[in-house]
Design a protein around this ligand. Structure first.
Ligand code: CP
Length: 326
């Protein structure tokens, strides 16, 4: 359960006080227990059914979300906007901070304090690790971490896990193979931590220079999660139930030569998948820049476009929860 409660919560409706996530920020997957996940996925499942049945409904009518993005985004930004609007609420979009007072030198705490005067919840993407935790310390309204540099991307990990559950019907007993940029990839950092709540095996496949950070491997080892590291996919693909592919993130490399050495290290093609199980899924947080060939898209195991849609339902669930309506 979250330790990021607002300093001075406003509790306009009596019954909201009993909702466990009401007014809480979501900054790290470490806030979630397995019971929390079961609850979130049940709410997300209901959201999915409601969207399929009636499209838009007024659960969050009158509520306002500030979407504050210091880095580019297609999926996270637009799915939070869609989630809020499908729930009947509205959105203040700040997708290009250069057009806001950030460009005049305004600090993150001051920007947050400003936005919470107008909005009920703030979704924040920021290039610095720890930015969302910092924002949550100053905020009276819930902050939702939409990616903090190479730190975490908790809502992505939640939607990733929801995808696995919806597609494969279980998480316990699975072998998950993470491939690509595991050093800077915040989605895999968050997902590895969430998976450690289940009985899984995790393989890491990457060039050595972008290997999974030692502290995350140690964290999972302490929880008894079997893990193995490889530089080639062939050795572990046949046992894989979930192949989680990531982009090598050019923008995070301090040394461009290092990027040049590892770019294009892995490309998943129909030929690659011949060695994979019939019943497995290929995931990717997207955007992709060539690490999964477009020829794979029509393979029923390619789950990455369905994964984006699952994100809408998970983000609807999270907004409803932190605003006391789930
Ligand atoms: N997966 C993800 O975070 O995508 P965006 O960068 O487009 O938001």
């Amino acid at each position: 359960m979250s330790t990021y409660a607002p300093q001075n919560p406003h509790l306009p409706f009596g019954d909201q006080r009993t909702a466990p996530w009401y007014g809480k920020s979501i900054v790290s997957v470490n806030q979630f227990s397995r019971e929390d996940l079961t609850y979130i996925f049940a709410v997300a499942h209901e959201m999915r059914e409601m969207v399929v049945r009636i499209g838009t409904f007024d659960l969050l009518k009158g509520k306002i979300l500030a979407n504050l993005f210091y880095e580019p985004s297609t999926r996270t930004s637009s799915s939070f906007t869609a989630a809020m609007e499908r729930l009947g609420g509205s959105v203040i979009p700040i997708n290009e901070v250069k057009y806001s007072s950030v460009s005049k030198g305004e600090s993150l705490p001051d920007t947050i304090r400003s936005l919470e005067c107008y909005a009920d919840v703030v979704v924040l993407r920021h290039p610095q690790k720890g930015a969302s935790a910092l924002a949550a310390r100053y905020a009276r309204k819930p902050i939702i971490n939409a990616g903090d540099g190479a730190g975490e991307h908790p809502t992505q990990a939640l939607l990733d896990l929801f995808t696995i559950r919806e597609e494969l019907r279980q998480v316990d007993g699975l072998t998950v193979t993470m491939l690509g940029d595991l050093r800077y990839g915040r989605t895999v950092h968050s997902l590895a931590r969430l998976l450690s709540l289940y009985n899984v095996k995790i393989n890491y496949v990457s060039p050595e220079v972008v290997a999974m950070p030692r502290e995350i491997i140690a964290e999972l080892e302490a929880k008894g999660i079997p893990q193995a590291e490889y530089t080639a996919l062939e050795a572990c693909l046949p046992e894989t139930d979930v192949l989680y592919v990531t982009r090598i993130q050019k923008e995070r490399f301090e040394n461009p030569e290092e990027y040049e050495q590892v770019k294009g290290a892995y490309v998943i093609t129909p030929e690659t998948l011949k060695a994979a199980k019939e019943r497995m899924i290929v995931m990717h947080p997207l955007p992709r820049v060539g690490e999964i060939s477009m020829d794979v898209d029509d393979d029923p195991r390619a789950a990455y476009f369905r994964q984006m849609e699952y994100g809408l339902y998970v983000r609807m669930a999270l907004l409803a929860m932190v605003l006391g309506k789930a």
